[in-house]
Design a protein around this ligand. Structure first.
Ligand code: SF4
Length: 533
């Protein structure tokens, strides 16, 4: 008798064919992603066993663990992929909890891809709508309550009625979520908007359901205080090592190919504020390796790192590379915030990021930090922001200069421009709007193009190593076939935009390759648009 069902939309409830970065493809407008690419390659379905998902998005696993730790029976709680909801939800269901990250396609990557391709609903938004429509139909029949939580809920304020949401839940789940669920089960009133209390790290329960792609959280929050960032609004904590090892083992036992640390900066592990702790980082990798090695897992990756941390903890960077056995053929691809090459902008919006150095040192930190990462076979995706409220042409020129320096140094990685998004709850919210191309100075367009050029060039060289990780041989073959055409299209797209940014609105916004007919009739057009222009 399952009373509490936890789920997420198809753009989240998947393993992205085993390659997390493929998930970014779902941030593109629906019209640019053929259906078979979305549902077979970017977001293949997750199977169930005994009415439960065999693996789940990490956040749902944490919510489930919180409910179990609060005394809810295992038989009362189930994590269910969206395609299987009708099989599990019935008259016994009292609460459905939905995890969301980008329900309206407004997250920075989605917003940027919409702006750069001529707009339209993203796959992330489409999948959220489909899920909520399905839940609404079930709700009419069974009359349960719907709670929606996760980092994307700022996009849903004011849309509660439209999506039939009873409670929007912001913040951490561990303490407050079980209390709210219990109240709902008892038929008590709960507020329509709830903020979860911050949990002390020693009270965070560990996951029971394996997480997709071996995710294990090692830190929460970030002490650097960048104004455009949400995680920094959470109090910084390192998760106790015994809990990390336990979760790593759950995943390894379930067949994870690697353990993937979820963090805002892997080198912050064990830090006191911004005083870094090399030994804690090394012990984390050493002990995790030992535990998961028993199950044949020998790769430990992570999501993010900061360049200033890398320059402070050079020894830890080297240690991680050695213990992971990294090489040209086996590199890591962390996400790294570059943000801007202008010290004025650094000082105004992210002055804590260069610490222990000063904002004026940031261009040097980006170049030297990237060199250090490359020497250790870390090939980063550097993201930078277009549209800081008072950015001048000179600020954009400074960003382009840093990208040019990286190019001269033979940088291996991506430099990906993101249009500023005033994410709800950040310090920049209210000071800035959603940025678009219109009104940007030429210098901003040049800095966008500089990043795209370096990224396309590197992608061409590295893609065989990335798709090598894809588990399904047929999927691997299809991607291999599509990718060359995609690169050609991107190169022509860059040429077109340099000549005339308005081509995005005039031509690119009309491309639709969602269906087979559209794919066939538009593919050639997409590839040749730039040549004809
Ligand atoms: S360093 Fe990264 S995670 Fe930390 S506050 Fe800045 S943007 Fe956020």
């Amino acid at each position: 008798m399952v009373e509490i069902v936890l789920t997420a939309d198809r753009a989240l409830f998947t393993d992205f064919s085993g390659v997390n970065t493929l998930g970014f493809g779902l941030c593109l407008p629906v019209r640019l992603i053929p259906s078979f690419v979305e549902y077979r390659i970017l977001a293949p379905p997750v199977p169930i066993k005994g009415g439960r998902a065999v693996h789940a998005p990490y956040a749902l696993g944490k919510v489930e663990a919180s409910l179990l730790a609060a005394g809810f029976g295992r038989d009362k709680v189930s994590i269910v992929p969206p395609e299987h909801l009708e099989k599990v939800v019935d008259k016994d269901t009292k609460v459905i909890g939905v995890h969301t990250v980008d329900p309206q396609g407004l997250a920075p990557v989605s917003w940027t891809l919409r702006v750069m391709t001529g707009g339209g609903k993203t796959c992330t938004a489409l999948e959220f709508e489909k899920l909520m429509y399905k839940i609404s139909r079930l709700k009419e029949k069974y009359n349960f309550k719907v709670i929606v939580g996760g980092p994307g809920i700022w996009q849903l304020r004011g849309l509660e009625k439209k999506f039939n949401i009873d409670v929007l839940y912001e913040g951490e789940a561990e303490i407050t979520f079980p209390i709210i669920v219990r109240k709902l089960l008892n038929g008590e009133d709960v507020p329509k908007f709830v903020v979860g209390k911050i949990v002390p790290p020693e009270e965070i329960p560990t996951i029971v359901t394996p997480s997709r792609n071996g995710h294990v959280q090692i830190t929460r929050g970030c002490p650097r205080g960048c104004q455009f960032c949400k995680p920094t609004t959470f109090f910084f904590r390192s998760i106790p090592l015994d809990k990390i090892l336990k979760e790593a083992e759950v995943n390894a036992k379930a067949g994870a190919k690697e353990i993937n640390f979820v963090t805002e900066d892997v080198l912050l592990y064990g830090a006191k504020g911004l005083s870094l702790n090399s030994e804690a980082v090394k012990t984390l990798f050493e002990k995790t390796k030992k535990v998961v090695g028993k199950y044949g897992v020998d790769m430990i990756t992570f999501s993010h790192v900061t360049l200033s941390s890398a320059l402070v903890l050079k020894d830890a960077v080297k240690y991680i590379s050695e213990i992971d056995g990294l090489s040209e053929d086996n590199p890591l691809f962390p996400q790294v915030g570059f943000e801007s090459g202008s010290p004025k902008i650094v000082d105004r919006y992210f002055r804590g990021k260069p610490y222990p150095w000063k904002p004026k040192d940031w261009p040097w930190i980006v170049v030297e930090g990237s060199k250090l990462l490359n020497e250790n076979y870390w090939y980063p995706c550097l993201t930078y922001i277009i549209g800081f409220p008072d950015a001048t042409p000179d600020d954009y020129v400074k960003t382009t200069e840093v990208i040019d320096r990286l190019k001269e140094e033979g940088f291996k990685g991506w430099a990906f421009p993101l249009f500023l998004v005033p994410i709800g709850g950040t310090r920049i919210e209210g000071k800035a709007g959603f940025k678009v191309i219109k009104g940007l100075p030429n210098e901003a367009i040049e800095s966008i193009i500089a990043g795209w050029e370096i990224s396309i060039d590197f992608s061409r060289k590295i893609y065989p190593k990335i798709i090598g990780k894809i588990k399904n041989p047929l999927v691997k073959k299809i991607i291999d076939m599509l990718i060359d055409k995609a690169f050609e299209a991107m190169e022509n797209w860059v040429i077109s935009i340099r000549k005339d940014p308005e081509i995005i609105e005039r031509n690119f916004s009309k491309v639709n390759i969602r269906g087979v007919r559209g794919l066939l009739s538009n593919a050639a057009k997409v590839i040749t648009l730039g040549r004809k222009h």
